[in-house]
Design a protein around this ligand. Sequence first.
Ligand SMILES: Cc1cc2nc3c(=O)[nH]c(=O)nc-3n(C[C@H](O)[C@H](O)[C@H](O)COP(=O)(O)OP(=O)(O)OC[C@H]3O[C@@H](n4cnc5c(N)ncnc54)[C@H](O)[C@@H]3O)c2cc1C
Length: 369
Amino acid sequence: MPDSTSIGIVGAGLSGLVAATRLHESGHEVVVWEMRDRVGGRTWSPALGSNSLRLDLGAAWHWTAHTRVQDLAEELGIGRIPQHEPGTALYEPRAEQPVQRFPWPDTPPPSWRLQGGTQAMAEQLSAQLPDGAVQLRHRITQVQQTDHAVQVAVTGPSGPSSMTVDRLIVAVPPRLVAHTINFDPALPDSLTIAQRNTPTWMAASGKAVATFVDAFWRQQGIDGRVVSHAGPVAHWHDAVTADGRAALAGFLHPTGLQTLANEGEAALHAAIRDQLAHCFGDDAPAPTAIATSNWRTDAATTPPGEDPLHVEHPPAPPPVLTQPRWNGHLLWASAETATEHPGYLDGAIEAGERAAEQAMDATSIALNP
Ligand SMILES: Cc1cc2nc3c(=O)[nH]c(=O)nc-3n(C[C@H](O)[C@H](O)[C@H](O)COP(=O)(O)OP(=O)(O)OC[C@H]3O[C@@H](n4cnc5c(N)ncnc54)[C@H](O)[C@@H]3O)c2cc1C
């Protein structure tokens, strides 16, 4: 890798990789620095169980209005799986009370998952970039304006180094940017305050996935949806794959997050097994494998020691979050900066495409010093 390249991108989540792909397609040289040892960011679909089922421990669904996800999945040849919704669901009021069946009250808006999990989008985008364009385990700590360029301080497996790029796209959640990356000269207060006040969508949550020998719940007419006030999982959903491999996926209840924090992963997995036996009956097949995630304590999502600022739905971003800086040399992506569907996968694609256009658009230069 030469020590100067035209466009640098911080973060190999969906927004960063969409930006990198669009710029590469237009003939620009790109380098993407990613602090984790994998691409995908908040899309994470690790292989689980003996048949290596890829299940979503981060983002999973998209809806009818999320046309950018549909288009990107089609462009990449990734199949979409309609979400199986229950006719009959289960309600678990408390761990010591009987579980109740209830008819699922209304028809939820249709949603889809992606075959192989949502991380497949990032993996395929990354695979299409030139060798060496995505640098895993490389963290950006400092960004400095220089004459007609941007210099970044990178900490990688072989130690610290610095790189100069013509333009830089920061594809990191704004709140994480404000807490973990230094800018020289400092960014305007209005931008830093807006970044700090922008919740990172779903950063307060954790998920659980479990595989089974078969989808016994479908055969028993009770479907895969469980609503629990007891935990450790608050909502279970059917996550059976297109080829019929059986799984459930759910969001952790506060009691589950607490078990994870106080007693660790093994205790949480034991509690999940107990919950599944309570909900589906002691005779129901036990899970063959379980995996969990906690985005609240993930330092590449939530600033260490900071509250993740939980919100029901991500707010529309103030314009200050998307304006190019440093004469158009410093640009912003990340789902939270999207105008449509901010915080969602669709928003990540919008933000990545917008940042790529801004990087290619000479008119953005000099408008916003
Ligand atoms: C549990 C959960 C469930 C979700 N469910 C859904 C859903 O069902 N549908 C939906 O549409 N959306 C969902 N989302 C949101 C969705 O995951 C995000 O919108 C999307 O993945 C964000 O992509 P991004 O590129 O903007 O950010 P991220 O995915 O956060 O990517 C940012 C990347 O930057 C890297 N990074 C951070 N700091 C640095 C640094 N200093 N140097 C180098 N690299 C750095 C990070 O490691 C990360 O890879 C969910 C999210 C979570 C956590």
